[in-house]
Design a protein around this ligand. Structure first.
Ligand code: SAH
Length: 305
């Protein structure tokens, strides 16, 4: 192990007390890191969240004791304290303890609080990253979250920050031109969409909702910011789901057909004339293919990308 803090103290011959905080990724066990898989295979006690896919749990040895400590929907502090106490107790018993979390432990996973509690108890911690849903879900539907032709970057934000969290500044985000990846935003989608529109983000900004990414239950719905809350209701998309909002969404090969837009140049011209926004990638790609587009601004944009 390569714990974040502490090596065996003087005179200590046994393994140091240590908990591995392991990211389980979004679902598909093929997306586990090699290091995560190693730790799962060595685990004696596993404290797992609800979000962790059963196929990932199937990688554990049959002898491992699995404690389910999920708390979907609520983030009550006493429950979190209970998880801390349990981890500390199991680690002190000398067991190889894995704390398993969906996605990445440090991305809306309360990993920071758990590291602090363990270190305070004198227990070493190693953190093994997992593939966060915020990266995996958009990619699974063909959305490149930081494509520089559309955006200067990406913001991972929470749509539900519990009782004690810091609420996102939606107006600032609306102005930022960043791709917005909203975790835990399903039930508050209407408020979020309205706040972004109030902040100046255009109603027709492309958006996609991705539910249960990288699981057999995955579903997605491409839409626009204005239609986002209605789309969730209409499609009945269940939790866990991410909202991805920004021009990059229109780069997905699926976007144009799903929102009822035709991919042809003439249709794009007509849409432009009607005031609809045309995804810049479609024009750029066409220019790259040497098609007869005489718009020098498009060519310049492509070269800059
Ligand atoms: N640590 C996790 C996030 C935990 S917060 C990670 O890095 O992915 C829980 C939220 O993550 C859910 O409400 C949902 O918004 C998102 N989420 C987690 N797994 C998901 C999945 N497979 N598909 C879509 N969204 C997911």
């Amino acid at each position: 192990m390569s714990p974040l803090d502490g090596s065996p103290t003087a005179g200590q011959t046994a393994r140091p007390l240590c908990v591995s905080l392991v990211g389980a990724g979004p679902g598909d066990p093929d997306l586990l890191t090699v290091k995560a898989l190693k730790r799962l295979r060595q685990a004696e006690v596993v404290l797992t969240d609800d979000l962790v896919d059963t196929r990932v749990l199937a990688c554990l040895p049959a002898s491992a004791r699995v404690l389910r400590v999920g708390k979907r929907g609520g983030c009550v502090s006493t429950e979190q304290r209970f998880i801390h106490e349990l981890m500390i107790r199991e680690a002190r018993s000398g067991a190889r303890v894995v704390r398993l979390k969906g996605g990445d432990p440090f991305v809306f996973g309360r990993g920071g609080e758990e590291v602090a509690a363990l270190r305070e108890a004198g227990i070493a911690v190693e953190v093994i990253n997992g593939l966060s849903a915020g990266l995996a879900a958009p990619a699974s539907v063909g959305v490149p979250v930081t494509d520089r032709r559309c955006t200067p970057g990406v913001a991972f934000v929470t749509g539900h920050n519990g009782d004690h969290g810091v609420a996102p500044d939606w107006a600032a985000l609306a102005r930022s031109r960043l791709t917005l990846v909203v975790y835990m935003g399903l039930t508050r989608a209407a408020v979020i969409a309205q706040s972004l529109r109030d902040g100046g983000l255009a109603a027709e900004t492309p958006a996609v909702i991705v539910s249960a990414a990288h699981t057999p239950r995955q579903r997605e719905c491409f839409t626009t910011l204005a239609d986002l809350p209605a789309a969730i209701g209409r499609e009945g998309l269940p939790s866990p789901a991410l909202l991805v909002i920004g021009e990059v969404v229109a780069l997905s090969p699926q976007w144009r057909s799903d929102v009822g837009l035709d991919g042809s140049i003439s249709a794009m011209g007509a849409m432009g004339a009607m005031g609809a926004r045309v995804p810049s990638i479609a024009l750029s790609e066409t220019a790259a293919l040497g098609d007869a587009i005489e718009d020098s601004r498009v060519a310049a944009r492509f070269q800059a990308a």
